[in-house]
Design a protein around this ligand. Sequence first.
Ligand SMILES: *Cc1c(COP(=O)(O)O)cnc(C)c1O
Length: 396
Amino acid sequence: MEPLPKLKIPERILLGAGPTNVSARVLEALGRGVVGHLDPEFLQLMEALKSLLREAFCSKNPITFAISGTGSAAQEASLVNLIEQDDEVVIGVNGLFGSRLAEMADRFGARAHKVEVEWGRIIEVEQIEAALKRCRKPKLVAVVHAETSTGVHQPYVPEMAELAHRYGALMVLDVVTSLGCVPVEVDQWQIDAAYSCSQKGLGAPPGLGPLTVSERALATIRSRKTKCRSWYLDIGLLERYWGQERLYHHTAPINLNYALYEALRLVLEEGLAARWERHRKSAAALQAGLGALGLKLAAPEGFRLPQLTSIRVPDGIDEAKVRAQLLKRFNTEIGAGLGPLKGRIWRIGLMADNANPQRVLSLLDALEEILREAGLEIPRGSPRLAAESMIAEGLN
Ligand SMILES: *Cc1c(COP(=O)(O)O)cnc(C)c1O
């Protein structure tokens, strides 16, 4: 037999909406030998992971672990464990991931009261309250903290949680793109379930979905009248594997857990506050450079995510061609628009290690070259200089 072609994977610069690049230390951890999922060393690692995840979530919740599955699995886990047939739920929908929350809640038998606003806008506290008032007995409120499809940073999360509790409901927060990039304070904000992923702000490979659940949510789970509709994502069963009982449930993706552990060590060695600040500064530099290129940002000012910048595609520019050129000539991936924003925006992620000046400057150089060739009129003044002056300011 002819030898089959060897695995060929380029080393890309990942500046899209995730996954982001994984550092050498994390890749090294990923490549360690497999051990049994009940090996005493692995059990110790699971304990350590729980405590590092608690730090990352700013929470003391005993039930904090990584779902074996991507962010979407952790998203489903949050809803499927809390929802029973015909429960009323309030879901904020201002982008793709909010609409997924509503779709999932519907599949799990809930009656979803959607608070729908135009993609790219924030959800107001009053809108959540109006929806809560329409419910007879609301079970939960769920919103997306960092709406990756639009680049919008949802404010007022603590206010929404306070409101949910006042109406006897739980607060669920999607922090898939926010954990590790911007403040996520689960306990202080009184969040009852928050879920994330491994491959965005935490800088690990995709495949795990960190999840944390409050005592209040746990009480709801424990007092269910019906069994959780998902066996794989049943927190009651997972608790017996991740807790002291160590009861076999499924085979954890061993190596992904090594990688997440190492990625979390990097996050906490840097310190959460320093990491949030690094993301903020990198985005400020990127946005200054984009402004000098004459590009307009899509998310409203004051509500822009540092880790994900959405940019309006200028008239007359072929959106997909610019991305293709970036990939082909500069080995760099950026994201496209989704749903109603398809063809209308680009999405640039600066997550984990990629939130750094070098990445910003090389991307701006590449974009300038490609956009000039595409015939875009670029105002006088250098994007690189605009970004550099922001970086210099940040260093003061
Ligand atoms: C990426 C993302 C998800 C889904 O995560 P996967 O790891 O792709 O399954 C959910 N919510 C938000 C806000 C996201 O950005």
